[in-house]
Design a protein around this ligand. Structure first.
Ligand SMILES: Nc1ncnc2c1ncn2[C@@H]1O[C@H](COP(=O)(O)OP(=O)(O)OP(=O)(O)O)[C@@H](O)[C@H]1O
Ligand SMILES: [Mg+2]
Length: 233
C-alpha cells in the first residue's frame, strides 16, 4: 500500500474528508477501470463506478467527483503513470492562491483536490465560448506566483487552464517541479494574440475536436523539430 501522505493546504481540513477517503477506497478504486494506452493521449476510463462522475482526463490521470462532496475532486493516476508524489510536493510548496486548486489528502496513486469550477480553454474553443483577455492575464499572474514559490510552470496548455466567470485558473500543476524550459504557455498566448483575438473572439465559433486534435499533433511535431534544430532557434 505504501506511505500515505496526509496534509491540508492552508490548514483547512473539512469535516467530510475521512468519509470521502473511505468512499474512494470503498466505491471508486475497487471498480474503476482506466488505462493509459499511449503516453501522449488522455487516459481512457472504461467504467466509472456509480455515483462518481468523470470530470476529465489528462495523459496521466483521470479526475472524478462525488455528488455528496461537491467541493472536492479525486485525481487518480492510471496504472504505470508516475507523478502523484511530485504533485503532492508541488501543492505543498505552492500554498494558497485563488487561481489554483489545493491538495487535501493523497495516497498511492490518487489525490483529493479542491474542485475548480470552470471550463478548460480547450473546451471553450469546442463550445464556442469567448475567452476574454483578463483570463490570460490572470493565468500569467498565477504562474508568476508559482515561480516566486520556487516552482517551474510546465505543461501549461489549453486543457490545464480554465475560465470561470471571466477569471483564469490553473487546473494542473503536476509538472511544476520540472526545471526544464517549457514553452507551452508562451505558445498558447501567441496563439491567443495572433489568431484567436483578431479572428475568433466574440464570434462564438465552435472549433471541432478533430481540428483541435490535429493542431495538438502538429504542435507536438513543431516542438520536436525545433528541439532537433541547431541552436533551438
Ligand atoms: N481540481 C480540479 N477541479 C475540477 N476539474 C479538474 C481538477 N483537476 C483536474 N480537473 C479536470 O480533469 C482534467 C484532467 O486533469 P489533469 O490535467 O490534472 O490530468 P493530467 O493527467 O495531470 O494532465 P496532463 O496530461 O496535462 O499531465 C482537467 O483537464 C480538468 O478538466
Ligand atoms: Mg492536465
Amino acid at each position: 500500500m505504501g506511505i500515505t501522505v496526509e496534509f491540508q493546504s492552508g490548514a483547512v481540513e473539512y469535516p467530510g474528508l475521512a468519509a470521502l477517503v473511505q468512499a474512494i477506497y470503498d466505491s471508486l478504486l475497487v471498480d474503476l477501470k482506466l488505462a493509459s494506452l499511449r503516453p501522449h493521449d488522455p487516459v481512457v476510463v472504461y467504467d466509472t463506478p456509480y455515483p462518481w462522475q468523470l470530470l476529465g482526463s489528462g495523459n496521466y490521470a483521470a479526475v472524478f467527483a462525488h455528488p455528496d462532496y461537491p467541493q472536492q475532486v479525486v485525481k487518480v493516476y492510471a496504472p504505470g503513470r508516475p507523478g502523484w508524489q511530485q504533485e503532492v510536493e508541488v501543492y505543498r510548496r505552492l500554498g494558497d492562491h485563488p487561481a489554483f486548486s489545493a491538495c487535501f489528502y493523497a495516497a498511492p496513486h490518487f489525490l483529493v483536490l479542491k474542485r475548480l469550477c470552470g471550463v478548460t480553454l480547450y473546451d471553450c474553443l469546442l463550445q464556442g465560448l469567448s475567452i476574454p483577455e483578463p483570463v490570460i492575464l490572470d493565468i500569467d499572474n498565477a504562474l508568476a506566483f508559482a515561480r516566486q514559490r520556487g516552482l517551474f510552470p510546465h505543461d501549461v496548455h489549453g486543457r490545464n487552464v480554465m475560465m470561470w466567470q471571466g477569471q483564469g485558473l490553473v487546473v494542473d500543476i503536476s509538472d511544476f517541479l520540472n526545471p526544464e524550459p517549457c514553452h507551452a504557455w508562451d505558445d498558447v498566448k501567441r496563439g491567443y494574440y495572433w489568431l484567436y483575438r483578431p479572428l475568433l473572439l466574440g464570434h462564438s465559433m465552435r472549433i471541432p475536436a478533430l481540428v483541435l486534435d490535429q493542431v495538438r499533433a502538429l504542435y507536438r511535431c513543431y516542438r520536436a523539430c525545433k528541439k532537433l534544430l541547431p541552436g533551438n532557434f
